[in-house]
Design a protein around this ligand. Structure first.
Ligand SMILES: [Zn+2]
Length: 91
């Protein structure tokens, strides 16, 4: 799992992200790879481990990413990322 406090760029998935001051009281971040700026709270949406486990379980049972996305209201990219990282860890 990712390091604590690690911020991932929502545009290019880079972890080369630095703090870029505050805007309206919100911490903003700057990606050093694609130079986009973003807010953390729009990016770092954490899901409970139980949801993640359930999603992956159902995926293995034959559900498609789109079906799971609708069922749990999670972005397809997020689920895809979970499955990808899980498969990588298993091998
Ligand atoms: Zn980026």
């Amino acid at each position: 799992m990712g390091k604590k406090g690690e911020v991932i760029c929502p545009h290019c998935s880079s972890i080369q992200v630095i703090k870029n001051g505050k805007s309206n009281g919100k911490q903003t971040y700057l990606c050093k790879s694609c130079y986009s700026r973003f807010f953390l709270d729009r990016v770092k949406k954490r899901y409970p481990a139980s949801i993640k486990k359930e999603t992956i379980k159902l995926y293995n049972e034959g559900y498609t990413l789109t079906e799971l996305s609708k069922k749990f209201n999670i972005k397809v990219q997020t689920i895809h990322y979970w499955i990808k990282t899980l498969n990588r860890r298993k091998q």
